[in-house]
Write a protein that binds this ligand. Sequence first.
Ligand code: DX5
Ligand code: ZN
Length: 233
Amino acid sequence: MSTTNEIIIAPSILSADFSHLALSAQSAESAGAEYLHIDIMDGHFVPNFTFGYTMVKALRPHSSAFFDVHLMIENPDQYLGDFANAGADGITVQVEACLHLQRTLSRIKALGKRVGVALNPHTPLDFLEYVLEDIDLINVMTVNPGFGGQTFLASMLPKLTDAKRMADRSSRPILIEIDGGATLETVEAAVRAGANVLVAGSSVYGAKEGVTEAVRGLREKALATTLHTAGKA
Ligand code: DX5
Ligand code: ZN
């Protein structure tokens, strides 16, 4: 089934001011962002730390945005219930961290959360072939995970196209998310290739023009690309 033409903007609080996370979450929501992307890093799966489920719980009362929680951690199964109880709306696990991926995905579903799976740049999409019906969102990492502010890997564009084709083969709608290096310069190619959820950290929270303008700019660029692409279809 085809994914929709709708565009979802997901500011990543990894690039926000950690001393004012509630305000940062609110500014994204006021700017019209549908998701708040929350990167959880454990210093093992990726060479960096962020925060745990207690931070998600602390933020929950300050935002009604969809909490798009991205677990860049080893042994994610151990913490799925904690993140679900803390207020995650969607939980995305890294395929490389899951020895029994189908079991992990069904656990997320059983917790009533949108099921996401993320792939490191070198990881082939083939890992998803036989678990497609268990997935609501494919996160195509467009940088190596661990840090904000990295350069978008244009080599991931063919993978995005393949992910979109894969999603279209499913009987259910599957979102295609890009994560890393999303800017006004890179989203056009990403959306043309099939992305419809745009995670953006530094280009939103580091924007000189401010969060509202940055979110608006990304959406306008993405929607214009969608319309242009649809016009050619
Ligand atoms: C990278 C994270 C991203 C990060 C993106 O490991 O998964 O969500 O926040 O940051 P930018 O948009 O600055 O590349
Ligand atoms: Zn992320």
